[in-house]
Ligand binder design. Structure first.
Ligand code: ADP
Length: 258
């Protein structure tokens, strides 16, 4: 990653480094009557825990997929880590996805015929990283699922499966962790545990971009909440303390926050 290409700035007097910059993004799917994204510009600084919040169909997943290099915008540019994804060929883009992005999905997407540890190690094997198994076991330890390393996903609870998916997303030490409704398929307790883990990862320096339709979840855990509606950003609030009650968060629409 070319750190020299980053724009440096200040946030609350602290030196910050830009990791993601979207400029005038539109996305019209083939056959789509209206645009999924209609002129989105935003930046994410290194180390931020940002939630993109909005109702179903507002364009959140589309946004995340563009940042992950899984899809391309109709117009506009996506810069991640100083690189313009639109100017990358297929092979560099695949390397970028493998090395710089960790992706956590709502429904885990674990491979059923591989054990937990084998699932976690897939991205490292694709990269050819030495010492991956030790790091994989460390991650399972950190995420408090070391005891299930040799089990198969079907024998785990949803919360455990999501923690395996998080370990897999982190195995290559990505600069950006993307999470698309990571608690959407979990009960409240497991969902809270997953959000706690994300907060701990953020505290240890991980940049996280989370997509959710759940205003409570966004305002309780993320340090910044970007609200989207009909493919447009309608609000962008940095919260000084992520532990604040949603009702205390100014600029987040009250009917969504409660
Ligand atoms: P969200 O994640 O907020 O629910 P999405 O980004 O999934 O929103 O979808 C935004 C809009 O784009 C919706 O109207 C959805 O139907 C449409 N859309 C999403 N993916 C596709 C696709 N692959 N093909 C056509 N339309 C799509």
């Amino acid at each position: 990653m070319d750190r020299r290409a980053f724009r440096n700035g200040h946030l609350w007097g602290v030196e910050v480094t830009e990791l993601v910059r979207l400029t005038d993004i539109t996305k019209v799917y083939q056959g789509g009557m209206t645009g999924a994204l209609n002129g989105v510009s935003m930046a994410v600084e290194e180390g931020e825990f940002t939630a993109v919040m909005g109702p179903s169909g507002s364009g959140k997943s589309t946004l995340l997929n563009l940042i992950a290099g899984l899809d391309q915008p109709t117009t506009g540019s996506v810069m991640v880590g100083g690189s313009d994804l639109g100017k990358m060929g297929e092979a560099p883009l695949a390397r970028f996805r493998r090395d710089s992005i960790g992706f956590v999905f709502q429904f885990f997407h674990l491979l059923p015929n591989l054990t937990v540890l084998e699932n976690v190690l897939i991205p490292a094997q694709l990269k050819g990283t030495a010492g991956a198994e030790a790091r994989g076991r460390d991650l399972l330890e950190q995420l408090r699922i070391a005891e299930v390393a040799d089990r198969y996903p079907a024998n785990l609870s949803g919360g455990q499966q999501q923690r395996v998916a998080i370990a897999r997303a982190l195995i290559n030490q990505p600069s950006l962790l993307l999470a698309d409704e990571p608690t959407g398929a979990l009960d409240t307790r497991s969902g809270d545990q997953v959000m706690e883990l994300l907060m701990q990862l953020h505290a240890s320096g991980q940049t996280i971009l989370l997509v959710t339709h759940d205003a409570k979840l966004a305002t309780r855990h993320a340090a910044r909440v970007i609200s989207v509606m009909d493919g447009r950003i309608v609000d962008d609030a940095r919260l000084e303390s992520p532990e604040r009650a949603p009702s205390e968060v100014i600029r987040v629409r009250s009917e969504e926050a409660l």
